[in-house]
Design a protein around this ligand. Sequence first.
Ligand code: MRU
Length: 348
Amino acid sequence: MDELQAVQWKDGKVLILDQQKLPNELVLLSISDYKNVVNAIKALNVRGAPAIGIAAAYGVVLSVWHLGDGDRAAFLETANQAINDLKKSRPTAKNLFWALEKMRLVLSNNLNRPLNEIRRVLLENARRIHQDDIQRCKKIGEHGAGLIAIRSTVLTHCNAGALATGGYGTALGVIRAAEDKGKKIRVYATETRPLLQGARLTAFELMEDDIDVTLVCDSMVGYLMQKNMIDAVVVGADRIARNGDVANKIGTYSVAVLAKQHSVPFYVAAPLSTFDFDLKSGEEIPIEERHADEIRQIGSIQLAPEDVAVLNPAFDVTPASLTSAIITEKGVLKPPYPDGIDKLKINS
Ligand code: MRU
């Protein structure tokens, strides 16, 4: 099928494929006020590190798209306000801040141009961020496919697919590229509690592509590895520190510990826009804490006592020592990471 598109810009609107409704309903949110892009990112209607960066970039364009040309100061103030509001939508994924910084630079480099030209260059830049991300994913796929054996069973956690990116996916891009090279891949997708991105999105996305996928509960990973049913793990990332520590969906660390215990290679697939070259280690990565009801309920069904205390960190950090390689669009990094990551910064 035509690849699922998480975010689009069309006729002065941001279109978001509502990932809260998938896979049961395909609903396109048509957004004409940037504040609703902020809300859509907060509510995970659009989610996945690169996809929220792309949505935010279009959100900046949207903030000034429908303004009149009369008041330059108000125009610039609105764009800057939008950048600040979008920055506060979610804290962990570096791609969000990376994309917004690119938009801020374009704005500040074009301050004195006519307003309709500023609109145009902002849109061009958002489109470039979007299209570049697809190309980055395809290159990640090419590099990563070489790590996957001809017949292989791969486990992935959360959704790092077309839905989480500009298209094609990072972890799922590796699986797609391996399939495209004629390899026969079987995927185990963890359901990814509490919000079930694996069950709702990864299972759906892979089935749409006719890739062999089996859904398991997060708690079954140890069982699968103990029975030698997994050849490799491939996951995405939300932020990677300079020492190679990786923040990704909560539960990734447990999968990595199990992979180490069972000598299963653990690969992380991510574009350079996910790297935070300013952070020494994963300890400095801000971890989002989400609403307690995401754990107390599944969808609208109440599971737990309504007022039970809940801890709901959305991400965890996998130490560099547990990862076998980090697959980027520039190639595959192997431990020890700091030198390789510093070189990526120079070449990025
Ligand atoms: O909370 P989410 O659904 O935005 O979390 C997404 C993930 O953890 C993904 O694995 C990560 O963003 C990589 S997406 C290519």
